[in-house]
Design a protein around this ligand. Structure first.
Ligand code: PGA
Length: 249
């Protein structure tokens, strides 16, 4: 059976005291979740998050990383730094990184590799724009993103990654993908993986859905055969709702 995962992407939200409160609430409410819960707070709060989650079932992830090891890259954060904080996951290739910071498939491929070199699990995001869907190009966009950023990996490296399908038109606006749209794309991604790495690999890769997933729709989405959980933005900032989502399997 594939791993069930619910990851919270806090984006650029909370200050230190709000972050501490949210982490503590999530830890205290999460005692019987069957899914792997991951929280991804902003960089400055990661150390605090790792320490607070130490004796809990919750793992901590970062929202981004540099593809470089170290050196003169003002403002950047390396995977080694994150590893030294005992961060276990890193979100890579989020659509906001792609659109606001011009990250392309090649740069994202390098970030994925850097995570794997350091024993950190990348949560690789892919997703099409509304215009791609309206012109029936959504499958090609996802194929291109996965092929260019992931299919250079060996099978053994590929088997360590988590994928998040996040249609850009569904993020942060309440326009959740329909169960049919989510299932269809998750199944398509699984088939792409199976074609490249074999059925066993396709069947065992966790593929999360992201884009206005909340306590009301999580159950229906997570019940779909090819959906293994969610990457949650807005709804991950409310402990109660985030835990309800993580209990929606
Ligand atoms: P959302 O964000 O749940 O607020 O739509 C998801 C994401 O961007 O990861």
């Amino acid at each position: 059976m594939r791993k069930k995962i619910v990851a919270g992407n806090w984006k650029m939200n909370t200050d230190l005291s709000q972050a501490v409160e949210l982490i503590e609430q999530i830890v205290s409410k999460s005692t019987n979740s069957s899914a792997q819960i991951i929280i991804c707070p902003p960089y400055p709060f990661l150390d605090k998050a790792v320490n607070t989650c130490k004796n809990s079932l919750i793992k901590v992830g970062a929202q981004n990383c540099s593809q470089n090891n170290n050196g003169a890259f003002t403002g950047e954060i390396s995977v080694e730094m994150l590893k030294s904080l005992n961060v276990e996951y890193i979100i890579v290739g989020h659509s906001e990184r792609r659109s606001y910071f011009n990250e392309d498939n090649i740069q994202i491929a390098a970030k994925v590799e850097k995570c794997l070199e350091n024993g950190i699990t990348p949560i690789f995001c892919c997703g099409e724009q509304l215009s791609d869907r309206n012109t029936n190009n959504h499958f090609d966009v996802i194929k291109n993103q996965t092929e260019e950023s992931l299919f250079q990996l060996s099978e053994s490296d590929f088997s360590k990654i988590v994928i998040a399908y996040e249609p850009v038109w569904a993020i942060g606006n309440g326009n959740t993908a329909t169960p049919q749209q989510a299932q269809e794309m998750h199944h398509y991604i699984r088939e792409l993986i199976a074609k490249k790495y074999g059925k066993k690999c396709g069947d065992s890769t966790p593929i999360l859905y992201g884009g206005s997933c909340n306590a009301k729709n999580a159950k229906e989405l997570f019940a779909l055969p090819d959906v293994d959980g969610g990457l949650i933005g807005g709804a991950s900032l409310k402990a109660e709702e985030f835990i309800t989502i993580s209990n929606s399997f």
